[in-house]
Design a protein around this ligand. Sequence first.
Ligand code: ZN
Length: 565
Amino acid sequence: MVIRGEVAVVFVCLLASAQVKPQPKANPAGEARSVHMHAAVDLKKRLIKFRQVEMPFHSEGLSAREKQMVEKLVETSRYLDDIYWRQVDPEGLSIYQTLQGSINSEDADLRRFLWINGSRFDLLDANKPFVGGPASPGGGFYPQGLTRAQVEKYVNAHPEKRAEIYSATTTLRWRDQELEAVPYHVAFRAFLDPAAKALREAAELSPDAAFAKFLRLRADALLTDDYFKSDITWLELKRPKVDVIFAPYETYNDGLLGIKATYGGAVLIRNEEESRRMETFQKYVAEIQEALPVAERDRPSKRGLETPMEVVDAPFRTGDLGHGYQAVADNLPNDPRVHELKGSKKLFFKNFMDARVIYVILPLARYMMPAKQVAEASGEGYLLGTILHEICHGLGPAFAHNNSGDRVDIRAAIGPIYGGLEEAKADVVGMFALKWLVDHGVLPKDKLKEYYASYLAGNFRTIRFGAAEAHGQAEMMEFNYYVEHGAVRRLASGKYEVDYEKMPGQIENLAKELLDMEATGDRARAEAWFRKYDVISPELQNSLKKAESVPVDVDPLFSFPREVH
Ligand SMILES: [Zn+2]
């Protein structure tokens, strides 16, 4: 194992160094190191779309030991970034490192944009590289040039290797004519060993025995790739004051097969007051599930499942949580076995949510919606919509039933559009659930307008990203559906307003449609639906153009320095 591990690490490093651009000689004149890298010329324009926002670490409520623990958790989270870059874009990492220490402003711009994207691929430009060579859909997960067809052919000829090749936590490489799957804990041992050690050191500092136990189990998981036990322990934590996300969970960076997970890390400090308030919603989750407009078989009981919810500040994030879209909420883990047995944890990153509403959503809404409805939109409405979105990822069918009535995995049945469908389901069922809470007296009746206005305002933010990824696919479709059915109207001014009368009925219709697609696992129907609705109209494009000066996302500046090695 160890020997294989070293070979694998060398392989990863070679991959990174093979693509290093020649290091320019010392250049006292201050010539940009990036000058020979063929970087996009309009980087300044691309950078202003990301508003730098300070995300200070508020340590007021923590003891000296807890502060030390947080620092240890920050330290160990950095190792996940080291792995993440190698998974997603080894060439981008080399360029980023080559630019280190340059005082040239073009180099600094390029470096900052590389950091924002966590790669050479521009999120806002359909993931096209803005520097360096062409993108490889397999990133660092697969050997260069490997195709889906080759993988399928190989697996058909070697069915005994199917599980390891399709595992979320292996990288693939050719060894002679054989396709070899290298487990992450072997491939990334050089980073995972010190990460596990630091997690154990953090556990020593924790005054919370349950959290310390979790950290130790997670350290074990890093070195075995078996996260099940530590995921369960993570869900059993009761209102931890400090928490972390620390795992390879998300697969959306695997452009070839969509199955390989990237590492992501976040240090979380609980916001006690907001968390308590959110817990009131938990009481209703099972009842909302039972009220969904879908056949009884497709809304399995949620009674007795853990649905811990934490409103937290995230003073540090790395890996897939540190780059690209800055998530304001998460629902983890993704393992359906854990969902069925225990449920999942919903996390709301309050410092990121506040920044998004202040610097992106409300400024954009001022261009896109009439003043009266902008005034109705609010951070509070957005927070509630986001909370219900995350809760509703866990609602609806757990499995699809095919024509012969067999239970099949929804993700596998729906195929590549699943991500968009699931995000849309969470949005729309979430809005359905908000109305349910109002109807049942949990939330005040006069707040409904605020929720709908905030929903539409949030829609515009996501639509600007285009329909290249799941959330964009989802919200573009939702918007077009509401416009088609008159629940959202375009005004002569080029702005859009919610029809508060029609909105609830159309939300229910759309929820029914999406839940039914998941319940039947009907891939052709889902694909046709998104093909029809994932089109941006020239009018909408014109309206969005006027709002071009509004940033697209925030670029968080933490109290802890940005580093990758
Ligand atoms: Zn979601």
